[in-house]
Design a protein around this ligand. Structure first.
Ligand code: UD1
Ligand code: UDP
Length: 386
């Protein structure tokens, strides 16, 4: 019987699925499915571990279907909780999985609590860890994600990097350069994969909006949605925009809870041109992004996808860990204060001479749909050498 080398990829929260799906597909391909070790050849067995950080069907199951991912081999069922609680539960569950599965390598993606928890667990067991989307920095330590990124990169053994800024940060932090690889963006691999299906989507008609005549909005950062005054101010801006453009607002569960708790839901519900909908599956969300007049967001991944699609994006944050989307892409950072947002919306929607739609945007280097193949090929090389 042929022996195998196991690789475990950890997913937990919504943005993890798009980053891992193409890596799984790459390992299914023949050329990445074998590792030569001396005279013998070992089969690569790539398995997915789902921590359960996100668990609503619309935040998890939907992506397995849309991205054609197999069922996770392990499910930790961690759920929501405080940062310490959630991180600790992932560590406890993942330690058992690592001891049982004895992986040759663990892959973590992005910057969520599941990412740092799995990294800490695996490195303490002496298992090599590769971080996909390493090196990004917002330099804002009030963001939990920034702490997760710093800690993950301080511990991991291999860094796969999406944009030049990540390479520079890792160099400055003395990450060993021979273990740091500029590979492109697996999230954009998923975008390429799903585009044909997104073109067939009926989601615009289902909602009742027309291409180019709506603004797509997503919000979930604590800085925007956990402060009642801030959330109300954003809802008032949506209400104003909705006099001219429909707003399509797939509401993240964290945001839904806060809208209800702060009594802001009624404000949105009073405007028939604001469509507050459930979080969308990946294919429908992609269809909504592609055909939006403008995207307003505080998401990390959406900044990258709008850049890849050439769709104008206003990011309602003071910093971004993805500066390439502003330098080369369609993204514009907007200080999340009412006056700044109103001015940016005015420019983007109504001032055609200066808006970011007319910006000569281009797709960043290596965001070509083949990042996962590069990662799989490098991992096979690494496993053959070590
Ligand atoms: C998490 C990540 C964030 C990422 C986001 C993507 C951390 C620290 N945060 O934020 O980086 O951008 O996911 O969406 O890892 N909830 C549900 N159902 C779910 C999931 C969450 O109802 O399936 C609700 C719960 O009330 C929960 C809250 O949302 O307490 C927040 O969930 P959590 O995973 O802690 O953080 P996110 O805000 O989703
Ligand atoms: N997304 C989705 N449905 C939605 C909102 C977002 O499929 O209703 C996708 C989006 O296209 C991107 C990812 O979710 O691929 C981004 O996740 P999120 O904004 O939750 O997290 P972040 O990137 O900010 O960490």
């Amino acid at each position: 019987m042929e022996s195998s080398l196991r690789i475990l990829s950890v997913v937990g929260a919504r943005p993890n699925f798009m980053k891992v799906a193409p890596i799984h597909r790459a390992f299914q391909r023949m050329e990445f499915a074998r590792v030569r070790k001396g005279a013998s050849t070992l089969a690569v067995e790539h398995l997915i571990v789902h921590t359960g950080q996100h668990y609503d069907a619309a935040m998890s199951d939907a992506f397995f279907a849309d991205l054609e991912m197999p069922e996770p081999a392990y499910f930790l069922g961690v759920g929501s909780g405080s940062h310490a609680e959630q991180t600790a539960k992932v560590m406890m569950g993942f330690e058992k999985v690592c001891l049982e599965a004895t992986p040759a390598m663990v892959l973590v993606v992005g910057d969520v609590n599941s990412t740092i928890a799995a990294t800490l667990t695996a490195t303490k067991l002496g298992i090599p860890v590769a971080h996909v989307e390493a090196g990004l920095r917002s330099f804002d330590r009030t963001m939990p994600e920034e702490l997760n990124r710093l800690a993950t990169d301080a511990l991991c053994d291999y860094a796969f990097v999406t944009e030049e800024s990540g390479m520079q940060h890792l160099k400055r932090e003395n990450f060993p350069q021979e273990r740091c690889f500029f590979v492109g963006n697996t999230m954009i691999d998923s975008l390429h994969f799903a585009l044909p299906k997104a073109r067939q989507s009926s989601v615009l008609a289902d909602i009742g909006v027309e291409a180019g005549k709506y603004v797509l909005a997503t919000l979930h950062r604590p800085s925007n949605v956990d402060d009642p005054a801030q959330l109300r101010a954003l809802a008032e801006i949506f209400a104003d925009i909705s006099r001219e453009y429909a707003i399509v607002f797939p509401v993240h569960p964290r945001t839904r809870k806060q809208l209800q708790e702060f009594g802001v839901q009624e404000l949105l519900a009073a405007h028939s041109n604001i469509h507050c909908i459930e979080p969308q599956g990946y294919v429908n969300f992609l269809a909504l992004m592609m055909q939006a007049r403008l995207v307003m967001t505080d998401s990390g991944g959406v900044q990258e996808e709008t850049t890849a699609l050439g769709v104008p994006c206003l990011t309602l944050r003071t910093t971004t860990e993805r500066p390439i989307t502003c330098e080369l892409g369609t993204n514009v950072l907007v200080r999340p204060e009412a006056a700044s947002i109103r001015a940016a919306v005015q420019t983007a929607l109504f001032d055609t001479s200066r808006n970011n739609a007319s910006k000569q945007a281009s797709v960043p280097p290596l965001w070509d749909g083949r990042a996962a193949e590069r990662i799989a090929s490098l991992i096979v090389e690494i496993l053959e050498k070590t």
